[in-house]
Design a protein around this ligand. Sequence first.
Ligand SMILES: O=C(O)c1ccccc1N[C@@H]1O[C@H](COP(=O)(O)O)[C@@H](O)[C@H]1O
Length: 212
Amino acid sequence: MGLKTFVKVSVNNLSDARYCAGMGVDMLGFCMEAENPNFVSPEKYFEIIGWLAGVEFIAEFHNYDLQQINKVLADYPVHGLQVDREDVLEELRQISINTDVHGLPVLFRLCLHAHMNLFTIEPLLEKYHKLVKMFVIESEVDRLTVSEMQQLKKLAEKYPIMLGYGIKADNINLLLAEVPLKGISLHGNDELRPGLKDFDQLADILEAIEVD
Ligand SMILES: O=C(O)c1ccccc1N[C@@H]1O[C@H](COP(=O)(O)O)[C@@H](O)[C@H]1O
């Protein structure tokens, strides 16, 4: 059993992590910034990953600079990292011809908003595609219009994109058939706010793309 596309899920608890690994998810993301409500401490991280096999672990950073990231990474064995800050990528680009920190592949998360949308991000993708393994595109708006779908398709033909929004169990297969995505990026439950997010939604999406 496996999944039809490459899948990354951000998690902060053992039950989601075990469920995802069992479903054949490829990457699990863990927030490693102590100030963030989704922070996973090194102790908790080791406890979680001790139960898992066959999945890669990604360190997720939002506000930290490269120096802070390097310091944190000394405490967590990971397979890759995800950053939100362009200046971190820029610094990486300038200090090294290598594509990584500690030899790690880098994912760049772009959170879309009014001024940074699917129609304006191509220069960023072009600038960093040699440095970045995959671009993770997220948005607060949980749907894609027809013209956004067309634009996404254009971008996904040129750049390695993991889509992180507008994904539902009833549209995922159409989306994957129409857009040459590298994969999808999902979030697990927030165990600190149980019930606020629907676990079934994650399970429904994964079940919709299960293959024998
Ligand atoms: O975002 C969530 O709801 C979530 C739930 C469970 C585990 C991780 C989650 N998100 C991760 O937390 C950080 C912060 O995200 P943001 O501040 O909401 O943008 C990030 O690593 C998310 O992937």
